[in-house]
Design a protein around this ligand. Structure first.
Ligand SMILES: [Zn+2]
Length: 342
């Protein structure tokens, strides 16, 4: 449909198969690759350098950081301009690439464990283009409590009561570097504290609404209201278990997904809601199995009465607003300091 093709559609959370995943430039079993993005009218994707939570020994910390750097390097390699994709690390670059008809790759980091306990490593992530870092994944880390403590890591229900001292410092450093603070996967306390602490509005790059699906990964009304209060955004995501309790992927539909969008929009307003897939990380259901089916979401949103400007806001406008705010509030000298360090 014409409207869908004209929009700057940004999927704010996609994982990459690593280290031996199929080629991004070919149509493969990956849920997201360049041919599927082109076919489905997905203009841009935030691709995550994801590190699973593990032990916090010096060796494990070093390994986590090394893996994140290797993944960010792989994500940068996806932006090979002669094959129709481009890595973009600022809002202006995204706008330009969209005007040029080039598919957009935005690097990101998932799980603050990737820092390896060293605050200064955030600058290295930013130097490789990372525009957000998710504070936690499943399992508490040195920065904060997760929504899902890990029994196999001997996690208590709460370890820090939200953000640790290092976690608070990391929020400040991300603000300074112009990286967004992603509160997906964090505990409620972590999320509420980060929302109040961060100089730029926090977002969840992939979470849903707890009132519709009672899962620890989803946000309750108090959290949604906090996002509205600080100017943040929730990017509704396509993980079946976060959309409909007890339903399999084949039983979950685009309508179920858009019910979460509707709820969040009614509660906190269109400017605080966005869309994401978590493809290749657990996302995908009947009607949005891969990036090639992305237009189905726009069709459903139109059927539900959303207008062009509202759909544009959901599909990337709100995320772009946060990116620009993060850039404006970053310390201006950082870019040259980072460049000098690498
Ligand atoms: Zn995730």
């Amino acid at each position: 449909m014409t409207l869908h093709r004209e929009l700057l559609t940004i999927d704010t959370h996609i994982d990459i198969p690593f280290p031996d995943g199929p080629n991004f430039f070919e149509d493969t079993r990956r849920r997201v690759d360049l041919p599927k993005m082109k076919r489905g009218g997905m203009a841009a994707g935030c691709f995550a350098a994801y590190v699973a939570q593990g032990l916090r020994t010096p060796e494990a910390n070093w390994a986590a950081y090394g893996k994140a750097i290797a993944m960010l390097t792989a994500i940068n390699a996806m932006g090979s301009t002669n094959q129709g994709a481009r890595v973009c690390t600022t809002a202006d670059e995204i706008v330009q690439a969209h005007a040029d008809g080039v598919t957009i790759v935005v690097p990101c980091v998932e799980n603050g464990h990737a820092m390896g306990g060293e605050l200064s490593n955030l600058a290295a992530f930013r130097a490789l283009g990372a525009r957000y870092m998710t504070i936690t994944h499943f399992g508490h880390n040195a920065l904060a409590d997760s929504s899902n403590p890990r029994a196999d890591l001997a996690d208590p229900v709460q370890e820090h009561g939200g953000l640790s001292e290092l976690g608070r410092a990391a929020v400040g450093e991300m603000n300074r570097l112009g990286m967004l603070v992603d509160v997906a996967h964090t505990s409620k306390n972590t999320m509420m504290q980060a929302a109040l602490l961060s100089r730029t509005p926090v977002l969840s790059t992939h979470s849903n609404v707890r009132a519709l699906c009672d899962n620890a990964r989803n946000m309750d009304d108090e959290q949604l209201d906090m996002l509205r209060a600080v100017g943040g955004v929730i990017q509704i995501t396509a993980v079946p278990g976060f959309l409909r309790t007890g339903k399999k992927a084949d039983e979950v539909t685009v309508a179920d997904y858009c019910d979460h969008v509707d709820y969040a929009v009614r509660r906190i307003g269109i400017e605080h809601v966005g869309l994401s897939s978590d493809f290749d990380g657990g996302g995908g259901f009947s009607g949005w199995r891969d990036a090639g089916e992305t237009a189905n979401l726009t069709v459903e949103l139109v059927a539900r009465g959303y207008g062009r400007h509202e759909i544009a806001a959901l599909w990337g406008g709100n995320f772009m607003r946060l990116l620009r705010m993060a850039e404006q509030r970053a310390e201006q000298h950082v870019s040259t300091a980072v460049l000098a360090a690498v």
